[in-house]
Design a protein around this ligand. Structure first.
Ligand code: SF4
Length: 359
């Protein structure tokens, strides 16, 4: 599993505090690509390709010129980690797709991309503006249609709910519009106010008030209902897929498969420890940290219980106090499925509390 972080955005969204820069210097893309290619060369022995997935995330990978993307793919090939990949995902911004047009997506496909994740977030123009997104609803639909026309048959859409200025009616309309496009996969994230985002400052200054728990819960349940009616499987707290289109790469994260993260601010997991790159376009360095037995236990539980697959019964019983497990089972917060236990969908919304209680 390879993750490549592309730390460029054309503008910054209100709610985001990911590491990213607006590429102002002419050579920013070249410097970045040089550094990633060098890292691939230096770390080529670090990883095996069991799942054979490649994921370009960001930032906004669709900001990166095709010439630089091609250089990175060649470096992977030379390092013995080239395609074809079982799943090759590229995150894209709708506005980039509309601006660059069909030939751009056709080129991505020719380079081996077989899954595209579009950051649509909302189909309400007022909210999109408030989020400081570059696109509007019309451009989002246009972008989706271009990706489809290019022959990409595995498209994911990202949506956000749980904003205090998102009414239930607008949310329902957004979900309906997303479903009307018939994507294979939909990721829906509840808004969280991130540390250094514009939104965090607005909250501090009293210019934004967080949505109530009831509002978030209502919107989440509405989403779950509509997705089930449309035939999507709710296979992870925030993710829905037409059966057979569950994300392979992200599925690897939830099962704690090792992965290599390349590029500034990317994280890696070796199976025993984690490492992360610093935030610097071309001069980033890597810090490593071993995981304690306790860390491993908590991570395994937290990641597995986010999924509909759940956790192995033996692991659960060996690592959580028996009375906690019994209490969760008795209250319906854990249900048995074969030799595994999982959080049922109607308890997904409070899964963090359930996991805390189990540990
Ligand atoms: S949400 Fe995506 S596009 Fe917006 S600032 Fe963050 S990384 Fe950039």
């Amino acid at each position: 599993m390879i993750y490549i972080h592309v730390p460029f955005c054309r503008s910054f969204c209100t709610y985001c505090d990911f590491y990213s820069e607006i590429p102002e210097a002419d050579n920013a893309f070249t410097l970045y690509t040089d550094a990633v290619c060098m890292e691939i060369k230096e770390r080529k022995a670090d990883w095996d390709d069991e799942l054979k997935t490649l994921y370009f995330g960001g930032g906004t990978p669709s900001v990166l010129p095709l010439s630089q993307l091609t250089r990175i793919l060649l470096a992977l090939e030379e390092a013995g980690h080239g395609g074809p990949y079982r799943e090759f995902t590229m995150e894209v911004n709708p506005e980039d797709i509309v601006e660059k047009g069909l030939p751009y997506v056709q080129s991505l496909k020719a380079l081996g991309v077989n899954r595209i994740s579009i950051g649509i977030q909302s189909f309400d123009d007022g909210l999109l503006q408030w989020m400081n997104r570059r696109h509007n609803a019309e451009r989002a639909v246009k972008a989706f249609n271009i990706v489809r026309e290019a022959g990409i048959d595995n498209i994911s859409i990202d949506l956000i709910f749980g904003l205090s200025n998102l009414t239930d009616e607008v949310w329902e309309d957004t979900v309906n519009k997303a479903l009307a496009l018939k994507p294979e996969h939909i990721s829906c994230y509840q808004l969280t106010v991130e540390g250094d985002s514009v939104l965090a400052h607005r909250l501090e200054n009293g210019e934004y008030e967080e949505a109530s728990d009831e509002q978030c819960r209502f919107q989440y349940e509405l989403l779950c209902r509509k997705m089930a009616e449309a035939g999507y499987q709710h296979y992870e707290i925030s993710n829905f897929a037409i059966p057979g289109f569950e994300a392979v790469h992200n599925g690897g994260y939830w099962q704690r498969s090792p992965y290599v993260g390349l590029g500034p601010s990317a994280h890696s997991f070796s199976g025993r420890g984690r490492s992360w790159n610093s935030n610097d376009i071309s001069g980033y360095t890597r810090t490593e940290e071993a995981l304690s037995v306790e860390d491993e236990k908590v991570e395994t539980l937290m990641l597995a219980l986010r999924t509909a697959r759940g956790i192995d019964e033996e692991f659960l019983r060996a690592n959580c106090p028996a009375e906690n497990v019994r209490r969760m089972i008795d209250s319906g917060a854990l249900v048995k499925a074969g030799r595994r236990y999982r959080i049922p969908e109607d308890h997904f919304f409070v899964s963090d509390e359930i996991i805390r209680e189990l540990i």
